[in-house]
Design a protein around this ligand. Structure first.
Ligand code: SAM
Length: 263
């Protein structure tokens, strides 16, 4: 997908936002956290306002959910395991340029940024909610090599082929199908050929898993698009011309999956 208006040719045209953030980064040294809200046209997607106001949008929600034990509970005790699986997968390109699509409660990004800082890399974290980016900034050390960018995952104002790897941690299950497709298409556009797109998210638990029966109605009520990932493989939403390699591992009786797509 090379049709993005701000990035016509493989990284040659840099969107002003990207350039501005880069300058700010340079001014403050290569390892300073930069928070950037320059896109007045950014619009919160309706699915977030309708279905996830209680988890991410409302200030009280952020206060409540920014507790690792609580997120761990929601993930049935699997937060650390899934976080570590994502971090281990990113280790190979940790000295390069990484992208995290969407903030995550708990210490995933702090740990990622500490590893990246130790190896001279950079990470950009994109989220459509400024409140989430501010919350993340508070969790990071002042000199973390992180840029926090207010953008929609379906419309990244970032140049083509500019990242060595990208992570989407429990984002895709929240998005309706066409948003999910668009997010993956944008990740394909911004990750370099040969780079990895790492997805950690829900999957369909095996037939014997008790949560297959208990969790299903709850998920269907609270997270109406999550069951898409029970029904179909991630490959369904990938761009046609996309992956050269797709590697899938499941966790906790199949309820979670890590999918690594090599661009
Ligand atoms: C990554 S997901 C869920 C993570 C996981 N449940 C946790 O926090 O442990 C939640 C984040 O996705 C962000 N988000 C949802 N839709 C988005 C979109 N279209 N573009 C960018 N960020 C988005 C929300 O604002 C929120 O901060």
């Amino acid at each position: 997908m090379r049709s993005h208006s701000t990035a016509q040719s493989q990284g040659a045209v840099i969107h002003p936002l990207f350039a501005r953030a880069k300058q700010t980064h340079a001014r403050s040294g290569t390892s300073a956290t930069v928070l950037s809200f320059p896109a007045p046209e950014i619009r919160v997607p309706p699915y977030l306002l309708t279905h996830y106001w209680w988890a991410y949008v409302h200030p009280k929600a952020v206060k409540l959910f920014e507790r690792q034990w609580l997120v761990n509970l929601i993930l049935w005790g699997n937060y650390e395991r899934l976080r570590n699986a994502a971090l281990a997968e990113m280790e190979g390109s940790i000295g390069g340029r990484s992208l995290q699509i969407a903030c995550v409660y708990g210490d995933l990004t702090s740990r990622l940024s500490a590893r990246i800082a130790g190896r001279g890399g950079l990470i950009d974290v994109v989220d459509v909610l400024p409140i989430q980016l501010r919350n993340l900034r508070e969790k990071l050390p002042k000199n973390a090599p992180v840029r926090l960018l207010a953008m929609d995952s379906t419309n990244l104002k970032l140049p083509d082929a500019s990242y060595d790897q990208a992570l989407a941690f429990f984002l895709l299950h929240e998005q309706p199908g066409h948003y999910r497709e668009r997010t993956l298409s944008e990740l394909f556009r911004v990750v370099k050929p040969g780079g990895k797109i790492i997805v950690v998210d829900y999957a369909r638990p095996r037939w014997w898993h008790p949560l297959r029966y208990i969790w299903r109605p709850l998920l269907a009520t609270l997270e109406p698009f999550a069951l898409d990932l029970w029904r179909d493989e991630i490959g369904k939403w990938l761009p046609r011309s996309g992956a050269t390699c797709l590697d899938r591992v499941t966790f906790f009786g199949g309820l979670y999956q890590k999918v690594v797509i090599t661009r």
